[in-house]
Design a binder for this molecule. Structure first.
Ligand code: NAD
Ligand code: GLY
Length: 359
């Protein structure tokens, strides 16, 4: 098992990465917990519910399963209230523990429920998608969506631990693996050129979910994310570099309609666009742009963006929550393994977008 530590002002905690962690969840339940609320959805419960319930029962605590509907469309107030109804209905107290078993949707909404129930109770992340294992379960961003914007209502709230069982990736659809791998290769691009090289060499094994290769990818991704959020929990600077490719990616997601492309797929394509922008603005060499494109394609992400007029892109990116005072902010990569955030004029963005036009 590998252990990665996250240390932030909002809380310090371990991330455990290993095969079979689901069966050992009782080890992460603090002794003074009164009741465990296990929040998940029917898809995950049908695959892993029995195992997880029996692992939690070994802690000797009362366990309340709370089922929420599956899907991004349900990451909203109504579902949050469903969770509160269950917690209040079962008379949970301030020493209760929320266990979030699922992907980023379950993790984000459960974390926000834990942050706000009785002004904050403890929560444990048990991420079951690759994206949630390498990204959303680490660092304490919790949220629900508002009809006017994704992740617009939320809190920074750190879990007491993250329990990653690599085995659960075996049941994930292939597209979800590609979407998670987009975030994995992103870490190489923004901070670790050697990890990027490693991802290139192991791209095929990653897609195939080779156990050793995917374990290392999850562990290294968690290490990098832990380093970043430990330095900048509230995204006052460095943490924003985790959004490499995301400004273009969010535009793709909202322009096509959420769910058409998975978030990670849009980020995979967005990173190719951000690499082109980096070539234009901060000297990323052509060879590196091509390596970014080739690796995004090799992990199964689309690399050709939707064919929209540049004005449509700028409009979609202008409503991105990282747009400050009407200025477009982008994460740029002068070299593979280095990144920073810069304000970019719409004219320059337009010039780069025009390069992706196929007609
Ligand atoms: P998801 O949670 O919707 O899960 C994808 C699908 O896989 C769901 O249908 C789910 O039920 C299913 N699933 C989960 N685990 C499975 C398994 N082991 N086997 C088979 N099926 C399984 O999607 P996601 O990509 O995990 O998360 C996306 C969400 O994460 C978005 O809401 C996004 O905003 C959020 N996010 C948050 C952060 C953060 O820092 N908090 C970062 C990135 C993304
Ligand atoms: N997913 C970006 C972050 O956690 O900051």
């Amino acid at each position: 098992m590998s252990i990665v530590h996250v240390e932030t002002p909002g809380g310090s905690y371990p991330i455990h990465v290993a095969a079979g962690r689901l069966d050992l969840l009782a080890q992460s339940i603090p002794g003074d917990v009164t009741t465990i609320a296990l929040i998940s959805n029917p898809t995950i419960m049908s695959l892993y519910g029995e195992r997880v319930l029996s692992a939690l029962a070994a802690s000797g605590k009362r366990v309340i399963p709370v089922s929420i509907p599956d899907g991004e469309a349900y990451k909203n107030w109504e579902t949050l209230n469903l969770i509160f109804d269950a917690l209040l209905g079962e008379r949970l107290d301030r020493k209760a523990l929320v266990v979030a078993l699922g992907g980023g949707v379950v993790g984000d909404i459960s974390g926000f429920a834990a942050a706000s129930f009785m002004r904050g109770i403890r929560f444990l992340q048990v991420p079951t998608t690759l994206l949630s294992q390498v990204d959303s379960s680490v660092g304490g961003k919790t949220a629900i969506n508002h009809p006017l914007g994704k992740n617009m209502i939320g809190a920074f709230y750190q879990p007491i631990a993250v329990e990653i069982d690599i085995d659960v990736l075996s049941t994930l659809p292939a597209r979800e693996i590609s979407a998670g791998l987009a975030e994995v290769i992103k870490y190489g691009m923004i901070t670790d050129a050697a990890f990027f090289d490693w991802c290139e060499v192991n791209a095929e094994a990653l897609v195939r979910r080779d156990a050793d290769v995917i374990s290392y990818a999850v562990q290294r991704s968690c290490e990098i994310k832990a380093q970043v959020v430990s330095q900048d929990e509230r995204e006052s600077g460095l943490r924003a570099t985790l959004n490499f490719g995301h400004t273009f990616g969010h535009a793709i997601e909202s322009g096509l309609g959420y769910g058409e492309w998975l978030h990670g797929e849009a980020v995979g394509c967005g990173m190719v666009m951000a690499a082109e922008l980096s070539a234009e603005l901060c000297g990323l060499d052509r060879g590196s742009v091509e390596r970014v494109r080739a690796l995004s394609a090799a992990i199964g992400c689309p690399v050709e963006p939707p064919q929209w007029p540049a004005e449509r892109w700028v409009e979609l990116m202008g409503i991105d929550k990282k747009a400050e005072g009407g200025q477009l902010r982008f994460v740029l990569m002068p070299k593979i393994g280095q990144s920073h955030v810069e304000t970019v004029s719409p004219e320059l963005v337009t010039r780069v977008i025009d390069r992706f036009a196929t007609v």
